[in-house]
Design a protein around this ligand. Structure first.
Ligand SMILES: [Zn+2]
Length: 849
């Protein structure tokens, strides 16, 4: 095996920059094959650094000239940058480089997408544009001039001079280079405006390719709602005269918060009823909000170094979740976030890629834009807020913005503002940032003389590099229900700080049923022995929506595991509990839809591993299908009533109530299609006037084995809409069938399949990786196919390749044959000559575990 040890970078080695930057002037003469970038940068020695080594990052640049204070210099150039003797006093650096945006398929730095120039600089893309100290703790004011004959030329900040062939921009707010952005192309705008709380008028634009202008209104409304919400809830106003959003087709991530010029994957901004589902609308609203909120949590206060990534991402994910909860249903948002956290972050925490919310080392920082940094990072903030209370949280945030505006800050700075406002010692809490792994909390209960005692024991399994873990602070929200279902103890917060700890409740007239971890108050796995009768009781009576749903989920998991492990039949009591939930008209239909959704096949595989078994993906799929068939049979009449009762009349609206009704109706449709051969789904497909209804019907038809005609019709209707075609690819790659690998191979031969577009690649291979029975088919065809395509993609786009490698992160849970086949595939990838640092690091970590 090859040496994988790319240069590892450690948090403990942080050193301040030798030189700081006061001003940057950039001039871009755009040309696809030979863009010239001139820079004029004002440096000064950093008084906080003893070093005077002048180093500028730079990769894949052709240096044309370099000058210090007017005198030409000859720097020493390596693959990573350049060094050069420099004065121990302020000086001006001027350089000219040449780059080739048209040949940039990695989509980092300046690249082209459908004839349009755009940039992606986070984390380390700016060094592919010009020589610069490309690190977040170097912040400067940027002035940019763009020269080209394209009609629209944008950069950060406020517009300056412009005329035929040029446009200038000036950003008065100091920023690190990763927030730099440039866009130029034939674009059209959907305009809007916003007046801030203090009366400042801001011009808003959503820029898209001609033809897409009809799909911008929702993004614009979402932006205005976000601006207003951040003023009302966090007291944060916007700070430039203009805010631009640009949609780009070829983009590695969802979107990027560049100061005043957010660049979005077109999938995260374009929306219309005909082409976007309810889930798309909700996601677009959330991503627009997320990137906008970064203006304060990320841009005005940025990260000192990339180890602090969760400082901006955890907080901003937490803020966008609060926003979505306010705009839509708080319980539904919380439950879907928990499903996502368990499906992605717990899975990561449980395998070879586990790492702390604040990692301590990396080879390639792009590999740490993970569910742990983002989603667990947000959970940590939620716990902090629960522990200190809403009022103290608000005070701490005010202090954070006041104290650190303009700073490149750290997690220590963040925790200090909470310490200073509350007087609370957060040293133990800080373990959430440094210890990887999901804590398991076992709970036992006793009842004696009117006293109810809950005893908790916490432990965290070993993770790579961290064999032993100290107990953490775990906030556990608990309520108690009486035997008749009334709440006898309202929600109270228990603070677990020791390995083992007991809490008592007195003055109770009868043994209560506890409702534990309300609102999912901490990202832990709760181990509690419980009967299915008690779970059904909580599903019927719990006042906490999360625990109510969780009881149903635990019941479903238990029933499915007994079918898997003991060959049991589908449980009648479980089906009865579902019928009761369906009949309860007081419930939010979106909540009912969530209760009807079974745990995923991946979730069941992990549950088997937790019970010391080796999961068989094919068998898990069959058992889950059998349960869905049983649900369809037992609940046919109530499902049909729910379907009919939740048809939404009138023109389509993406609001939460209408989306909730459609969620339940479409969940019912999926089940009913198992009984009627797809007749109801075909009828819905034929009359659908929006994508939510059309796609749900298509999916139900596929499940019923009657989707061939609809697939052809769908393709004919949408062949020119790239985002809708992603759905068409994805649905087929996700469809479980013994020949799923062959289906995926056939999809890659479709004329509309391309590796160059990350959305299209993910639509096929991301969906396939989630298709447990197909991807993990005993033939090994799925592994080989994935391996072949990751090798091909790595040559073009290392970042997306490396992310897709996580498809293999659960490999150790399977049988010896599957492990051998996966190991062969991983070794085949890693032995490729010239494999990227990104992919080599990921495969290396997965193999080493
Ligand atoms: Zn973000």
């Amino acid at each position: 095996m090859k040496d994988l040890t790319g240069k590892t970078i450690y948090l403990k080695d942080y050193a301040p920059p030798a030189y700081l930057v006061d001003e940057v002037h950039l001039t871009f003469a755009l040309a696809p094959e030979a863009t010239r970038v001139k820079s004029r940068i004002r440096f000064r020695p950093n008084p906080d650094s003893a070093s005077r080594d002048f180093f500028l990052h730079g990769e894949e640049l052709t240096l044309i000239s370099a000058v210090i204070d007017g005198a030409p210099v000859t720097p020493k150039i390596t693959e990573e940058g350049l060094t050069c003797p420099a004065p121990d006093a302020p000086f001006t650096w001027e350089a000219e480089v040449e780059i080739a945006p048209a040949r940039n398929t990695a989509l980092e730095g300046l690249y082209m997408s459908n004839g349009m120039y755009c940039t992606q600089c986070e984390a380390e893309g700016f060094r592919k544009i010009t020589y610069y100290p490309d690190r977040p703790d170097v912040m400067s004011v940027f002035t940019v001039r763009i020269e080209s004959d394209l009609p629209v030329m944008l950069s950060n900040g406020n517009p300056g001079d412009s005329g035929p062939g040029f446009a200038e921009w000036h950003d008065p707010w100091p920023k690190p280079a990763y927030l730099f952005a440039l866009v130029a192309g034939e674009l059209v705008n959907h305009p809007g405006s916003f007046t801030t709380n203090s009366g400042k008028d801001v011009e808003l634009n959503v820029w898209v390719r001609p033809g897409d202008e009809g799909k911008c209104a929702f993004a614009m409304e979402s932006l205005k709602k976000s601006m207003k919400w951040d003023e009302e809830v966090y007291g944060r106003e916007y700070d430039l005269d203009i805010f631009n959003i640009v949609a780009v087709d070829d983009f590695n991530m969802g979107a990027m918060e560049n100061k005043g010029l957010n660049i979005f994957n077109s999938a995260a901004v374009l929306a219309s009823p005909e082409t976007s589902t309810d889930a798309n609308f909700e996601r677009i609203e959330a991503i627009i909000a997320h990137e906008y909120f970064h203006n304060w949590t990320g841009n005005r206060i940025t990260c000192r170094d990339w180890f602090q990534l969760c400082l901006k991402e955890g907080l901003t994910v937490f803020r966008d979740a609060q926003f979505t909860a306010d705009m839509r249903s708080e319980p539904v948002k919380r439950i879907t976030d928990v499903i996502d956290l368990r499906g992605r972050q717990f899975r990561e925490d449980n395998g070879p890629l586990a790492h702390p919310v604040r990692p301590e080392s990396f080879v390639e920082i792009n590999n740490f834009y993970t569910a742990t940094v983002y989603e667990k990072g947000a959970e940590v903030i939620g716990m902090l807020k629960r522990l200190v209370g809403d009022e103290a949280y608000a005070k701490a945030l005010d202090l954070y913005f006041e104290r650190h505006d303009g700073d490149a800050a750290t997690i220590e700075d963040w925790l200090q503002v909470f310490k200073d406002t509350t007087g609370r010692d957060l040293s133990q809490f800080k373990l959430w940032y440094s210890q990887a792994g999901t804590p398991r909390v076992a709970v036992e209960e006793t009842w004696e003389d009117g006293t109810f005692t809950l005893t908790f024991r916490q432990s965290t399994p070993p993770t790579p590099g961290q064999p032993d873990k100290a107990p953490r602070v775990i906030p556990i929200a608990v309520g108690l229900l009486g035997p008749n279902g009334d709440e006898v103890q309202e929600t109270t917060l228990l603070e677990l700080t020791q390995a083992e700890q007991s809490f008592t409740f007195t003055g109770l007239s009868a043994r209560p049923v506890p409702s534990i971890l309300r609102g999912f108050s901490a990202p832990v796995i709760l181990d509690r022995q419980s009967s299915n009768a008690e779970r059904a009781f909580l599903l019927a009576h719990d006042t906490d929506p999360f625990c109510k749903w969780e009881a149903g989920r635990a019941l479903a998991r238990d029933v499915l595991l007994r079918m898997l492990n003991d060959g049991a039949a589908p449980d009648r009591d479980f089906l009865g509990a579902l019928a009761a939930t369906l009949a309860d008209e007081s419930l939010d239909p979106a909540f009912v839809a969530l209760v009807l959704a079974l745990p995923s096949e991946d979730d069941l595989a992990q549950a088997q591993v937790d019970a010391g078994r080796v999961p068989d993906p094919q068998r898990i799929h069959e058992v889950r299908e059998a349960m869905l068939d049983a649900m369809a049979e037992a609940l046919e009449a109530p499902l049909r009533r729910a379907y009919d009762a939740h048809q939404v009349p009138g023109p389509y609206s993406p609001d939460a109530d209408a989306a909730a009704a459609r969620a339940l109706a479409n969940t019912a449709l999926m089940l009913l299609s198992r009984r009627d051969g797809g007749a109801l789904a075909q009828a819905q497909y034929d009359r659908a006037d929006n994508m939510t209804q059309q796609l749900a019907a298509l999916s139900a038809l596929l499940t019923a084995g009657a989707g061939d005609d609809a697939l052809r019709a769908f393709e004919a209707q949408w062949k020119d809409d790239r985002l809708v075609m992603d759905k068409w690819f994805s649905l087929q790659a996700a469809h479980a069938a013994p020949d799923a690998a062959a289906t995926v191979a056939r999809l890659t031969e479709h004329p509309a399949f391309t590796m160059k577009n990350p959305n299209r690649f993910r639509a096929v291979f991301g969906a396939f990786a989630m298709n447990q029975a197909g991807f993990h088919h005993a033939s090994g065809d799925g592994y080989r196919l994935m391996g072949d395509w990751l090798i091909r993609l790595d040559r073009l786009n290392p970042q997306t390749t490396a992310r897709m490698c996580s498809a293999f992160q659960t490999w150790r849970r399977y049988d010896a044959d599957r492990q051998d086949m996966i190991r062969d595939t991983l070794r085949r990838i890693i032995s490729v000559d010239g494999l990227s640092r990104d992919t080599a690091e990921m495969i290396g970590r997965i193999l080493d575990a």
